[in-house]
Design a protein around this ligand. Sequence first.
Ligand SMILES: Cc1cc2nc3c(=O)[nH]c(=O)nc-3n(C[C@H](O)[C@H](O)[C@H](O)COP(=O)(O)OP(=O)(O)OC[C@H]3O[C@@H](n4cnc5c(N)ncnc54)[C@H](O)[C@@H]3O)c2cc1C
Length: 409
Amino acid sequence: MAEFTLDLNDDQKQVRDWIHGFAADVIRPAAAEWDEREETPWPVIQEAAKVGIYSLDFYAQQYFDPTGLGIPMAMEELFWGDAGIALSIVGTGLAAVGVLANGTEEQIGTWIPQMYGDANDVKVAAFCSSEPDAGSDVASMRTRAVYDEAKDEWVLNGTKTWATNGGIANVHVVVACVDPALGSKGHASFIVPPATPGLSQGQKFKKHGIRASHTAEVVLEDVRIPGSCLLGGKEKLDERLARARERAAKGGGERVKNAAMATFEASRPAVGAMAVGTARAAYEVALDYAKTREQFGRPIIDNQGIAFQLADMRTQIDAARLLVWRASWMAVSGKPFTAAEGSMSKLYASEVSKKVTAQAVQILGGNGFTREYPVERMHRDAAIYTIFEGTSEIQRLVIARTLSGMPIR
Ligand SMILES: Cc1cc2nc3c(=O)[nH]c(=O)nc-3n(C[C@H](O)[C@H](O)[C@H](O)COP(=O)(O)OP(=O)(O)OC[C@H]3O[C@@H](n4cnc5c(N)ncnc54)[C@H](O)[C@@H]3O)c2cc1C
């Protein structure tokens, strides 16, 4: 067993510094412009593809880092650059994880490359689970997938909402209900291939933060996809449904993770790392500002009221990172999440990010309130972390249920 250490190895430091360089030189300078434009920053994604940051290989390498720190380190640095642009770069990853978690090897090999495209023709992908009436309550999802046995096709109908890259994606991963009687256990994930008739973009949302990331409704009207687009395959789905029906007939029993929950589970510490990146960015701006801004004849950091805030900000950011790293290490080493440590990391890091970015705005005074300084944008961006991938309230529910074994409501 390896000795306990928090030291990064040379390879990790090299990758971290390389991503940081890209975030500082390419992402950060473009942040204000794309925030104002509220459009997907295709040229920046293309730059990321050219240097190898936007590619399946890059994420696979980070994903298979045996310490588990590859993905959180990459996320922290990219989101340190800018959250909206970084989400445009990593949003495809959510759909890719959906395929990795539920797909066969053939499906992984076929669809993930099409999600990214290549440096000359970049593509994005979308993961569509949320619906207008099914956000936190995923089980109440209404989008239906019906199997047409004669044609070996699935027919999808419904409306998805809040989909990152929804409607502009080359490949959409859609979670739909195949057996409404089973609630979330009757869900399955499907690939909707490029240019499939019946899939269209609904409204594109104008947002408070992460405005460079495209978020939209996805409307599915008699969308016909080949049987091979069911992630994991029909045999596996039939077995899973049979087990769920048997348990339902016996009146409950062992809880089974559904397809969407498996995806969220795997991605929560990564969202925590994004939140750490934004918090660290705002803290650094605030620290520099407090050291140089003078009032009453001395730098404002000379006041304990400011200095102690910065001390707390840094302490909380470091604590958040440690929770994220612990959860990521547990995931990669197959340790069971007996205290919902993945949810804990996302909960704490996202709340810290919201708080720290608000403190940064305050430390910059009037300047913090303007778009001349980046903390205003970082504060707006940080608000997303306590909402997507499960709100803070839902993380607390998951943690409380895991700790108590009780069906806390
Ligand atoms: C910018 C953005 C990008 C997103 N990207 C994606 C994406 O790519 N794919 C995707 O599928 N979804 C995506 N989402 C959706 C996101 O995951 C949902 O918004 C989130 O799960 C919350 O659902 P909701 O918005 O319907 O809120 P609701 O579920 O309606 O919740 C409203 C409020 O009630 C609280 N609440 C709900 N139930 C409980 C309870 N039992 N106990 C206590 N409090 C409760 C919530 O915490 C929240 O504060 C995105 C959302 C946004 C804003």
